[in-house]
Design a protein around this ligand. Structure first.
Ligand code: FMN
Length: 394
């Protein structure tokens, strides 16, 4: 059957710089950006393909030097932070070329020791948007102040965080150019809330999105979009999130199931196989960043499960001093190493972050070219391509 979910077109998403010296404005015809997926998953192939299909492609800018050195054998004579910057600069330039100067964003974690340097190199290399999460990026406006056309967007997971961020940035004379809301109940990877917040159902997506929209409107920031992430899988989900007051969505797990994801590191076949075959709920495990993180249940993630689990530290080296909050050799394990093992396809040792949809029974999964997936997101997917049980944001 060739019936589609819905024939209503999605509204475009406009991003504009709120730097006093900039008039930059970009309109994405499809209100979808991808979430940054570290380490190394959202590279130039994926980001440029999304932009070329009318959405907004976002590179991961998180500790790229390590997999470049370990897997690609590049920048091996450089120190860790220098390699991170060179790799990110290379990816930004490549992505811009692949999408003819179209939109390229970068995701960087505030918790990184070299956050400031990575934000600076991103702006210098001509990135359009910096998305910064895993902490509140208070200093970002100053870091990129000399680059008025570099738009900046903090990730928030609660209305309180949205209020703090806007207040602090407005006091510096800079409004955020977008607020990215990540649901702690659905997003993959690190969560901006505690285990108790998650278990007790606090910060419900529909409530946070509409309250954040109102917060911005009340401050005269009607042109600052709320972009909502976590649990968005298909066009119906996008429409639902927009109905709460968001102007766009950020999707990650579904983009991992594309031909282009992880292509620079060999195609991340084990990651995709696990995503395709997993039919049990994702679990919350402990990250050395001090945050709970959502992952596929594997021998490794089970060992460090956040609930009902005694954790024994794993002896390890600290190859890159990547996280500010990580207590080097005393931390529970080296997250960089285990994320890189996942990139390499090591089932035993890899840490495979995933959004909650990946653990939902009956969800429609297939590995598609970005072009086809974007067509599904724009136009809805054929009914027979979908499993009977839908995957919708609660
Ligand atoms: C494999 C994986 C890696 C991720 N890595 C990062 C990251 O490095 N930085 C970040 O801010 N968010 C990260 N995320 C979160 C996503 O960017 C996104 O906001 C979230 O997963 C959205 O939910 P969804 O996967 O249900 O679409 C990651 C998610 C996944 C699945």
């Amino acid at each position: 059957m060739e019936e589609k979910e819905s024939s209503n077109p999605l509204p475009p998403l406009t991003l504009r710089s709120h730097h006093p010296d900039s008039e930059k404005q970009i309109t994405l015809q499809v209100p979808v950006i991808n979430g940054g997926m570290g380490v190394g998953i959202t590279g130039p192939a994926l980001a440029s393909a999304i932009t070329n299909e009318g959405g907004g492609g976002v590179l991961t800018g998180v500790v790229l030097g390590y997999p470049f050195q370990r897997i690609l054998g590049k920048y091996t004579d450089k120190k860790p932070y220098e390699a991170n910057q060179l790799a990110l600069e290379e990816w930004i330039i490549t992505s811009k070329e692949k999408c003819n100067g179209g939109f390229v964003g970068v995701n960087i974690m505030v918790a990184l020791s070299d956050f400031k340097e990575l934000a600076h190199v991103s702006a210098k290399s001509g990135v359009d948007l910096i998305v910064a999460g895993a902490g509140l990026p208070m200093a970002l406006p100053e870091i990129v102040n000399k680059f008025p056309d570099t738009m900046i967007a903090p990730i928030i997971s609660s209305v309180k965080a949205a209020r703090i961020m806007t207040k602090k940035w407005l006091a510096k004379g800079r409004a955020p150019d977008a607020l990215i809301y990540e649901s702690i109940h659905h997003s993959g990877g690190h969560q901006g809330g505690s285990i108790d917040d998650i278990l007790e159902g606090r910060h419900k997506p529909s409530e946070v999105v509409s309250a954040t929209r109102k917060l911005l409107d009340d401050q005269g920031l009607e042109d600052v979009p709320v972009i909502a992430a976590g649990g968005v899988w298909d066009k119906k989900d996008i429409e639902e999130v927009l109905s709460w007051g968001a102007q766009g969505v950020q999707m990650a797990s579904r983009f991992l199931l594309t031909m282009e994801a992880g292509l620079e590191f060999g195609g991340i076949h084990m990651f995709k196989k696990l995503f395709m075959e997993n039919d049990i709920p994702t679990i919350l495990e402990r990250s050395p960043a001090g945050l709970p993180s959502r992952a596929i249940e594997t021998p490794f993630s089970k060992r460090f499960a956040a609930i009902d689990n005694e954790v024994i530290n794993e002896p390890h080296e600290c190859p890159s001093v990547c996280l500010v909050s990580c207590d080097k050799k005393k931390s529970i394990y080296c997250i960089l190493d285990h994320l890189t093992e996942a990139l390499k396809g090591n089932l035993e040792k890899g840490l495979y972050f995933a959004g909650s949809n990946v653990g939902k029974p009956g969800i429609h999964k297939s590995i598609l070219p970005v072009r086809e997936l974007m067509d599904y997101l724009k136009n809805g997917e054929p009914v027979d391509a979908k499993a009977a049980a839908g995957a919708h944001v609660a």
